[in-house]
Design a protein around this ligand. Structure first.
Ligand code: AMP
Length: 216
């Protein structure tokens, strides 16, 4: 199984798609957003700093993120392949990641780029709730993407909640930050011949999942 990097604006559906792929292929889903949220929940030393940056819609510092990622990538379960969601978010992080892979003797794999307009992403974000325990994401505007029992996670039974950074103002800032800092990575990986582009538009997760499976 190839390692996969997902690059996409917020609320493009990379979390949901990653979960589906990981479940089917039995590989770990490594989301830097989740690693950071875990630090907030654990009330660790850096948790407050992370919470503040996230709530503002800013990126967390490259140093903090690479440190958490390095710790996660030293686990044995990544050897059979993994999905990286939310990292790298800028060219600096892409370069730090290349060094890290070399150090840990891991493969770069393929980069999947999910393309979505700001309007559609905003609409999805406004309907998003996530599980407070396992992080699974739901879209309340679509029956097939809603939980079976209102407010309860289908997978683990914990309560669902709205993310601290899911509001119009913060979202708009996150999207603009993505265009400014993350979008240049498309060209970066295109030049390296690693990029697969998938347009989200009004496709459902299953249709996108099938397109992605063709890449494997
Ligand atoms: P996500 O769950 O990917 O939507 O990320 C949520 C928030 O976590 C972002 O808005 C950033 O504040 C932070 N974050 C996640 N990944 C990174 C990263 N690679 N670099 C910096 N900040 C990150």
């Amino acid at each position: 199984m190839k390692n996969i990097i997902f690059i996409a604006p917020p609320a493009a559906g990379k979390g949901t798609l990653s979960d589906k792929i990981c479940e089917k292929y039995n590989i770990p889903h490594i989301s830097t957003g989740d690693l950071l949220r875990d630090e907030i929940v654990a009330q660790s030393k850096i948790g407050t700093q992370i919470r503040e940056a996230m709530a503002r819609g800013d990126n967390v510092s490259d140093e903090i993120v690479i440190k958490l990622l390095k710790k996660r990538l030293t686990s044995k379960d990544v050897k059979k392949g993994f999905i990286l969601d939310g990292y790298p978010r800028n060219v600096n992080q892409a370069k730090a990641y290349e060094h890290l892979l070399e150090e840990l003797n891991l493969d770069m794999g393929t980069v999947i780029y999910l393309e979505i307009t700001k309007e559609l992403a905003m609409q999805r974000m406004l309907n998003r709730v996530i599980c407070s325990h396992c992080g699974l994401s739901y879209n309340l505007s679509k029956k097939e993407l809603s939980p079976i029992k209102k407010g309860i996670c289908d997978r683990c039974g914990a309560n669902l909640k709205v993310r601290i950074d899911d509001n119009e103002e913060t979202f708009s800032k996150r999207f603009d930050t993505y265009m400014l800092e993350t979008y240049p990575l498309i060209e970066y990986y295109e030049k390296e011949n690693r990029l697969v582009k998938i347009t989200v538009a009004n496709k459902n997760p299953l249709e996108i999942f099938e397109e992605i499976e063709k890449v494997f």
